[in-house]
Design a protein around this ligand. Structure first.
Ligand code: B12
Ligand code: SF4
Length: 386
């Protein structure tokens, strides 16, 4: 009998701890919080392996380097008994695709229009983890995005939603606009049931992708995804894809915005991030003129700062080249002499699109002959001015 009462006591303790972590999550503004076991995603490791073996991670070598730990939470931390997954809705007030019709404006994806969500979510997770650890006397670790944790399948296993055909987590209550984070703990908390797939025959997200980045439903080839190309990829972007990027200069929201479940998303919570006014529809002209110090101060506290001025201006030049707007010519001409090769290369491409053929040939004939960067030289070749 004493054994049984010890077990009842332990069950009660775990119930109280489970309720505690969920109440804390709600108090700190998380829209969803549910729990799963670390062994709940047995198929994820193999699928991650297929993704990497097919080269779909592109130049994100960190995915291949961490594949063992990433594929199984127990390899990352052998003592983990429960995985608490948190989600925060960041749905925009208006359909973010409206700006795609304004070629002199630059589209920054919704998640990056304010402070870096990593900082905000991590701060809140740390608060919860500190209070939880003190109360439970158990170990905890918190993760947001950058750790080798497969957040989406874990979230689906915990029942926060399901992985939609665009591969991101979709919830019936919040649609596709969710940030995820997790807390691993040695406490054996009470787990929740997984959610089932509610995509049905819908393929809106797959059809919405401007670059055909989905080789099949539920699978992405990051090498074609505008989010990867504008944020993660460092060098020149495939010339065949550049025209498809339009004015998207940082990330892409098209597949998320196309999801019909968004219309069921609950009203904005008070703790939701509001977009910075000046990042909603910034002018391409203003962004082309950013040098390193002005870039850093304009994007202070924003995730955009992470990619650095050169990669950012590379993206803005692609938008300028796609705009058909000759008002950007002067800015592109001065960027063709920029110190950064990736900027020079993309300025040449933008000019080749904005200038008349003869005008471009005359400009090319006068170019300095001391260029030695292979990417820039390649750009001249591609533009027919070898
Ligand atoms: C690498 C990465 C990227 C890469 C690759 C995207 C990808 N889908 O993997 C790039 C740079 C392209 C990217 C882009 C974006 N990302 Co990102 N990214 C990540 C990261 C760091 C790892 C994801 C990962 O493990 N990918 C590897 C693949 C193999 O895993 P997977 O996508 O889960 O693949 C599953 C499916 O393919 C599925 N599957 C395969 N075959 C089949 C078959 C069937 C029948 C079924 C059902 C399933 C299935 O099984 C796989 C394993 O679960 C996570 C953070 C994290 N640590 O998890 C954020 C994360 C996924 N990104 C996020 C966001 C917000 C974005 C963007 C919207 C940002 C933007 N606006 O530009 C875009 C969305 C693009 C898209 N459609 O995915 C959020 C998504 C939140 C959510 N609601 O799910 C995350 C979780 C970050 C966070 N903490 O909030 N991202
Ligand atoms: S984020 Fe944009 S480019 Fe990437 S998969 Fe979704 S729709 Fe395609």
């Amino acid at each position: 009998m004493p054994e049984r009462s010890a077990q009842t006591k332990e069950n009660k303790r775990l119930q109280t701890l489970t309720a505690f972590v969920k109440a804390e999550a709600q108090a700190l503004g998380f829209d969803l919080c549910r729990i799963t076991r670390p062994d709940s995603i047995p198929e994820a490791k193999e699928r991650l392996g297929q993704f990497i073996d097919a080269g779909r991670h592109g130049t994100m070598e960190w995915m291949a380097e961490t594949r063992e730990r990433r594929g199984d939470p127990r390899t990352l931390w052998s003592d983990v008994k429960s995985v608490v997954v948190f989600a925060m809705n960041y749905g925009p007030e208006e359909d973010p695709r409206g700006i795609l019709e304004k070629p002199d404006k630059a589209a920054i994806s919704v998640y990056a229009r304010n402070r870096d969500y990593h900082d905000i979510i991590k701060g809140r997770l740390k608060e919860i983890a500190t209070r939880f650890a003190a109360r439970a006397g158990e170990d905890v670790k918190v993760f947001v995005d950058t750790a080798p944790v497969m957040e989406k399948p874990l979230a689906a296993a915990a029942g926060l939603g399901w992985q939609g055909k665009h591969t991101n987590l979709v919830s019936r209550a919040h649609g596709s606009w969710l940030f995820l984070g997790s807390m691993f703990t040695t406490a054996d908390l009470l787990i929740d049931a997984p959610e089932i797939d509610h995509c049905g025959s819908c393929r809106a997200c797959l059809d919405a992708c401007p670059t055909a980045a989905f080789p099949a439903p539920y699978q992405i080839d990051a090498r074609r995804c505008i989010s990867y190309l504008t944020i993660e990829h460092k060098g020149p972007i495939d010339p065949a894809i550049r025209p498809l990027i339009g004015n998207r200069i940082y990330g892409c929201d098209d597949c998320l915005a196309a999801c019909p479940w968004n219309k069921f998303a609950s009203a904005a919570s008070e703790m939701k991030l509001k977009a910075r006014e000046d990042l909603q529809e910034p002018d391409i002209a203003a962004l082309l003129s950013l040098d390193d110090p002005t870039f850093r101060s304009f994007f202070s506290g924003s995730p955009v700062k992470r990619i650095g001025r050169d990669r950012f201006v590379r993206n803005v030049l692609i938008a300028a080249g796609n705009s058909g707007d000759r008002r950007f010519l002067d800015a592109c001409l001065s960027l063709a002499a920029d110190a950064s090769p990736v900027v020079r290369a993309m300025a040449i491409w933008a000019l080749s699109r904005l200038m008349e053929a003869g005008e471009f040939q005359r400009f090319a004939a006068q170019r300095p002959q001391d260029e030695s960067d292979s990417d820039v030289l390649n750009e001249w070749r591609l533009a027919g001015a070898a």
